[in-house]
Structure formats: C-alpha cells, structure tokens
Write a protein that binds this ligand. Structure first.
Ligand SMILES: [Zn+2]
Length: 198
C-alpha cells in the first residue's frame, strides 16, 4: 500500500517535469491548491483533454489532433517535395512560427549522442527513408542544432542518403540577425566567413 498522500503525489508529478525540482514543485502545488477553481481544475481539464485528443502524426511524428497532422494533410505542402528534418516538435513549432517554410516536416525524436547512449536505432530513420520515398522528396532540409550531436546526426543522415535521388541541404550557420561580431564565438565567425554570400 502506498502511503503517499494526494499532496505527495502532486508534488512528485510536478517535480518530474523538465526544469522543476522539489522546491518549485511544492511552490506550484501550493499555488494551484490556493486557486482551485481559477487554475487547478482548468489545468486538470486541459491536461486530460490534451492527453486524450493529441496524438503523433503517422507520417511526420508531429503532435496534432488529427492523424495525419494538418501539415501532412495539406496537399500544397506535400507537393513541395521538401521535407524539413527536425529533432523535436518544439523545433517544428519554431520554424512554423516564421511562416517561411511551406513544405512538410519529419520529427526525429532526438539526436545521436554518444554521451547519452543514443544511437541510430533510437531515431526514426527508417520511417524517414520511407517518407522520402513515398513523397518522392526532392530536398531534405536538415534543420538540426549547431551542436556536436546535431551536426553528427546531420552527417549520419546525409551519408545515409548519399547516392540517392534527393538533395540534402542544411541550415546556414552565421551571424545572427542583430548579432554583434565582437560577441560571437570563433566557430560562428569562421563559418560565416566561409559561407559568405554576395
Ligand atoms: Zn504530419
């Protein structure tokens, strides 16, 4: 028999969320308990509804209320024959917010990481190959982080598609909008110089 009280369970569930520890979990639990009607019950209802209604898209692994997701169901977007590969759904959201991309996506679900023991078998690479084939994709845009893990994942995927009839491209690295040169790291400046454009 568990001896946890409902308050203990609440704090434990909150403390397990990313970025929260025991201290913030207790603070949030107290905050919610003091605002049951205004915040706690609506939050519980939102959690319940999201858990029941939001699912992973079978084609791109995006989260949406429909499967296939709204993006994969949009013929104008599938017809672009471009797939933008991202690590997480949050990256997809970031690109969608710009409104600058009109193709479809593929969410890998992570990055290769020797440190965290994440190998190719842990990413949905076979599903990606199948999607490239099904859509007769012409361009695979690797929108992965400019970190060691992001770049080794990009290398791995690019190698996998070498010799296949699909162009593999990557996001440009360079001086960020509003960025001052004096504050940039050497790697960013070196890459920006190499990839300079007219
Ligand atoms: Zn989708």
């Amino acid at each position: 028999m568990s001896t946890y009280t409902p308050l203990d369970s609440l704090v434990r569930q909150l403390a397990a969320l990313p970025g929260l520890g025991g201290r913030s979990a207790r603070r949030i639990a107290l905050h919610l308990l003091q605002r049951k009607e205004q915040q706690m019950l609506p939050l519980a209802a939102a959690l319940q509804e999201a858990a029941e209604r939001i699912r992973n898209c079978q084609h791109c692994c995006n989260l949406d209320m429909s499967d296939p997701c709204a993006i994969c169901s949009d013929a104008r977007r599938t017809e672009s024959r471009q797939i933008c590969v991202v690590a997480q759904v949050s990256d997809l959201w970031a690109i969608e917010r710009t409104g600058a991309y009109r193709g479809v996506y593929f969410v890998l679900g992570g990055l290769l990481s020797a440190l965290d023991g994440i190998g190719p078998q842990d990413l949905k690479l076979e599903k990606l190959s199948a999607r490239v084939f099904d859509l007769q994709c012409e361009e695979l845009i690797l929108a992965l982080s400019a970190t060691v893990d992001g770049q080794s994942t990009a290398h791995y995927i690019a190698d996998g598609f070498a010799g296949k009839p699909v162009k593999v491209t990557r996001l440009a690295h360079g001086v960020p909008i509003g960025g001052e040169l004096g504050y940039l790291d050497d790697g960013t400046i070196t890459t920006a110089l190499k990839k300079r454009s007219a």
